[in-house]
Ligand binder design. Structure first.
Ligand SMILES: Nc1ncnc2c1ncn2[C@@H]1O[C@H](COP(=O)(O)OP(=O)(O)OP(=O)(O)O)[C@@H](O)[C@H]1O
Length: 590
């Protein structure tokens, strides 16, 4: 991605064009050829007044053979030119589609490198609108300016040159009017640019609400909140419609001002030439050619002012795209593989601090998980366990201090750091596709590896019972599976990956007590046999009480670290939580 993006609130047209032109590099030659072929259309349009002029003059001289030669010759030339023009259109559309595809993909990549806490707090519909709709509109600016506007400008200049040849005084007046139109519509265009930003933001907001309604269908239906949601959609759409009307008003204002000035000059010129024809200073054919050519000047001028308004609106989308481009990013991954990736290695927090915007979660945290050790993180809700786990996994970044695995620092080399740590959350995500594709995520594993990970996660029987086994399709976000099934599949998926450190963040919370115990035992055995480090976060202390060390988090800091026996004797809160947890298990077993 272009790193030389000026840090301005509103991107300038020149900056956007230079960014897009850079991205066009692989398709530039084809596009330039398309532009050249596009000039054919201008040539054909401009040829018609000349054809008419000759036709009329041949009529006056009563030369039928010349007329026949003129028509046949012109038809053949135009036929060939139209074929070439088709080729030009194909090349242009191809280049345009490729630029839009690349730009959208690059923005999606950039979004993947946004700080995790930033993407957590941005609505996915807003990001998706930026990646799809806003990149497409931004890319269109290049084509509007170079291709469409370029063509219109060439048409205008060529027609002016032809008029200059016929009647130079009229051409000078026309050229004088152009700067007046630009100045006259500048203030209106500024307004259009601002409305462009408002429209793009409101379109994204409208999409967010629609997505919320679809994703929260269960809650909407359970709480009979359909009417409230409908009213919200209605309100947002109403605001959008108002903006569309405002946009239309300002576009029309630009059009009205520019068209009035252009038409005034056009009709004035037509009258002047008509007078010259009447007094016999110009031939009838020349007067006809002139009146056709004058429209070849005024039409592009009117069209250009309209297009210019469209570009102002597209700059609103560019502003939203730039908001992602200018955001701080994770460092890009190094190309070379991690040298000496030790499978038996620990994880260390060194004087680490982390804060969500406006909220410190921990300061000066020092914690070591020894190679091959099993550590449990426990504590009351909201004390920061998941945050510590996400920082340890290289998803969230510390403001101070560092997290180190295999000699790699999470903040300095996040992508390679993450190849050493596997994080499994309580609510795993599944992609639309088969069970098998969700387990392997497009990597190849032998049948034996797959079966062994699935068995360790206690998911083998469950998969066998599904209608198509491993080939069973999972619907969006794994909605066709139970919460416990999803958690076991997520554990199998994690165990398949060879990582030195595994972190399970309440990853078995949806399982029944017996199944949870079996899965945790299985995970412990799996990691112990392979010499991997294991961190488990759980509210059920009885399933993690045999950890090598247990870390009790309270009010965003570690208050105790020790074995179960040590904590039972020196941490009353741990003792209380363990008692409740064990009682719960006893009750559920009775
Ligand atoms: N994306 C976020 N933006 C801002 N604050 C957040 C974000 N995620 C979590 N928090 C806050 O950070 C604090 C710690 O949350 P965290 O999820 O780490 O706690 P936890 O101990 O794992 O809780 P639980 O046991 O309920 O899962 C909470 O006060 C929470 O509101």
């Amino acid at each position: 991605m272009n790193t030389n993006i000026p840090n301005r609130d509103h991107p300038r047209l020149a900056d956007v064009l230079s960014l897009l032109w850079g991205k066009m590099a692989p398709y530039r030659a084809a596009y330039l050829l398309a532009l050249l072929l596009g000039l054919i259309q201008t040539a054909i349009v401009l040829y018609f007044p000349i054809l008419n002029e000759r036709y009329f003059n041949f009529l006056e001289s009563e030369s039928y053979a010349d007329i026949r030669a003129l028509i046949i010759g012109s038809s053949i030339v135009i036929f060939v030119l139209v074929g070439l023009q088709l080729l030009g259109e194909y090349l242009k559309f191809d280049a345009m589609g490729k630029l839009q595809r690349d730009f959208s993909l690059e923005l999606a990549d950039e979004t993947q490198r946004l700080p995790f806490e930033k993407s957590l707090n941005e609505h996915s519909a807003d990001l998706s609108q930026k990646i799809t709709h806003d990149t497409r509109k931004t890319a269109q600016i290049l084509f509007q300016i170079i291709d469409v506007m370029g063509n219109e400008i060439i048409m205008f200049l060529a027609a002016t040159a032809l008029i200059l040849w016929h009647e130079w005084k009229v051409a000078v007046v026309i050229l004088f009017v152009v700067p007046l139109i630009v100045l006259g519509t500048q203030a209106l265009n500024k307004r259009l640019k601002q409305i462009g930003v408002e429209v793009a933001d409101q379109e994204a907001k409208f999409r967010m609400i629609q997505q919320d309604v679809l994703q929260g269908m269960e809650t909407v239906r359970s709480f009979n909140a359909g009417r409230w949601m409908r009213d919200r959609i209605f309100e947002e759409r109403k605001k959008l419609n108002r903006l569309y009307i405002r946009k239309m008003f300002w576009e029309q204002a630009v059009l009205f001002v520019s068209s009035s000035m252009i038409l005034l000059v056009t009709w004035g010129s037509v009258l002047a030439v008509a007078r010259l024809a009447i007094i016999g200073e110009v031939q009838a054919g020349t007067a006809l050619a002139f009146s056709i050519l004058i429209w070849r000047i005024s039409e592009p001028l009117i069209y250009l002012t309209q297009l210019w308004g469209g570009v102002q609106e597209q700059l609103g989308s560019a502003k939203r795209v730039y908001s992602v481009l200018l955001e701080r990013k994770e460092p890009a991954a190094g190309a070379e593989p991690v040298a000496n990736l030790q499978m038996a290695c620990g994880l260390s927090f060194r004087h680490a601090a982390f804060a969500y915007p406006g909220k410190a979660i921990f300061t000066n945290l020092n914690l070591n998980v020894a190679p091959g050790a099993f550590m449990a993180l426990v504590g009351l809700s909201g004390t920061g366990k998941s945050t510590i786990a996400k920082v340890a996994s290289g998803l969230l970044f510390t403001g101070q201090g560092e997290i180190v695995v295999n000699g790699l620092s999470a903040a300095k080399d996040p992508e390679r750091f993450r190849r050493s740590v596997m994080y499994v959350s309580q609510t795993p995500y599944f992609f639309t596709g088969t069970i098998s594709s969700n387990l392997t995520l497009n990597r190849s594993f032998s049948e034996k590896e797959l079966a062994s990970a699935v068995k360790a996660a206690q998911a083998d029987e469950m998969i066998r019972e599904l209608p198509d086994g491993y080939e069973t399709m999972i619907s969006e976000k794994g909605n066709s599976l139970s919460a416990g099934q999803k958690q076991r599949l997520a554990i199998a998926r994690a165990l398949l990956q060879e990582r030195p450190v595994y972190i399970f963040d309440e990853a078995t919370s949806a399982l029944d007590v017996r199944m949870e115990w079996k899965v945790i035992q299985s995970i412990k055995e799996w990691t112990r046999n392979k010499g991997r480090s294991l961190i488990v976060i759980s509210h059920r202390l009885d399933v993690v009480h045999d950890a090598d060390s247990i870390c009790v988090i309270e009010k965003d800091k570690i208050v105790s670290l020790g074995t179960h026996a040590e904590l039972m004797s020196n941490n009353p809160m741990y003792k209380e939580l363990f008692g409740i947890s064990a009682d719960g298990v006893r009750c559920s077993n009775e």
